[in-house]
Design a binder for this molecule. Structure first.
Ligand SMILES: Nc1ncnc2c1ncn2[C@@H]1O[C@H](COP(=O)(O)OP(=O)(O)O)[C@@H](O)[C@H]1O
Ligand SMILES: [Mg+2]
Length: 360
């Protein structure tokens, strides 16, 4: 059974005079994994809590499965939430922690035990059911918190930065596990995080928030390859997209401190633009292009990040294969037109749709 669709319409929340979420319209498709991405303080937890019913809102509606839930108490919304700090009961065993909400719900003992065992099986906790939280690692505690949500069999799962307390290796393993779990149980999942790697790897849809507003809601590939504006372009991707000041005139793009690129689009007047290009899309040792000066490089084992300069502008390029560059060297770089995202300098909005196709 697939979880319900969720719609947020015109949703606003203020704390005092401060607007924390600002007229949000978001669609969470039925049974999909949506990641709400944004830096600390942008309103992610407030949005999640408003959907769960743990926070009242000032304007707008939340509907779940086509029903207006805006004034419905949390326990009647059909959502289970996993909190960032796990919030386990320290004096209870894993079994009791997972089963506690079921007990409050008044479920019979045999049904509780069945659900606890099933959740424990799914999460690899079967051997640990008699332990207390203090006898578990961070990753195991996190799995108990998830197990507690799953055992409630709600069709909506809400995760508030559940992996941010884990170390890098565990975070990676838990990401894979969470996605598998989602595909297995088919609940509508909303996962909020500041970590773009989690967003890119987990999501069917990413909603990028900035100061309580949606900057872009799209698939990870679209967000990455066709950012709608400079905010998204700068937020998504490590190392980040190069954003170079340039002028578009006729079919030429003149990069400040660099050279020219020919485009298959024309503009009547000289327009100040920002040229966006991913570090991995820049060609090194190109036959035509512009000269860049290498300043430094970072070796990450599988590849290197080259820090170069075009006049006063910084250009990042990733290089795979054998090392060919040294600091101080000049290298000709090519900026393939099909890999370029163009933004209007004044508004920061993407121009047109012809560039930067999303790979299948
Ligand atoms: N109960 C509250 N009272 C006043 N301000 C709050 C409250 N909860 C959150 N805020 C503020 O609202 C903003 C958004 O918070 P939050 O939704 O927790 O952001 P995020 O989860 O994206 O880090 C922050 O500036 C935070 O300080
Ligand atoms: Mg938060």
């Amino acid at each position: 059974m697939t979880g319900p669709a969720i719609q947020v319409r015109g949703l606003s929340k203020r704390f005092g005079s401060r607007t924390v979420i600002d007229r949000l319209d978001i669609d969470f498709a039925a049974g999909q994994f949506t990641v709400v991405l944004g830096s600390s303080g942008c309103g992610k937890s407030t949005l999640l809590r408003a959907i769960a019913g743990l926070e009242t809102v000032d304007e707008g509606t939340v509907s779940i499965g086509g029903n207006d839930m805006t004034r419905v108490p949390p326990q009647s919304r059909g959502c289970a939430m996993v909190f960032q700090n796990y919030a386990l009961y320290p004096h209870m065993t894993v079994r009791e922690n997972i089963g506690y909400a079921l007990k409050l719900q008044g479920l019979a003992r045999h049904e509780r035990m069945r659900r606890i065992d099933e959740a424990a099986e799914l999460l690899g906790l079967a051997e640990m059911l008699d332990r207390k939280p203090a006898q578990l690692s961070g990753g195991q505690r996190q799995r108990v918190a998830i197990g507690r949500a799953i055992a409630r069999r709600q069709r909506v799962l809400l995760f508030d930065e559940p992996l941010s307390n884990l170390d890098a290796k565990l975070r990676h393993d838990m990401r894979v596990e969470l996605r598998r779990l989602h595909d297995e149980i088919g609940a509508t999942t909303i996962f909020v995080t500041h970590d773009q790697v989690e967003a890119m790897t987990l999501a069917d849809q990413v909603v990028l928030l900035n100061q309580g507003r949606v900057e872009q809601a799209d698939t990870p590939a679209t967000l990455y390859h066709r950012p709608r504006n400079l905010f998204t372009a700068g937020f998504v991707g490590t190392p980040p997209m190069n954003l170079l000041d340039a002028t578009h005139e006729g079919d030429r793009l003149s990069v400040e401190g660099g050279g020219e690129v020919r485009l298959d689009r024309r503009t009547a007047n000289a327009t100040p633009v920002v040229l966006g290009i991913r570090p991995e899309a820049v060609l090194l040792h190109a036959t035509t292009g512009m000269d860049a000066t290498v300043e430094a490089q970072e070796d990450l084992g599988s590849h290197r990040v080259i820090y170069a300069r075009l006049g006063k502008q910084r250009l990042l390029v990733t290089e795979h294969g054998p090392r060919t560059l040294r600091p101080g060297q000049t290298v000709r770089v090519g900026l393939p037109p099909q890999a370029i995202s163009l933004f209007e300098k004044a508004s920061g909005e993407r121009i047109g749709h012809a560039t930067g196709d999303v790979p299948a």
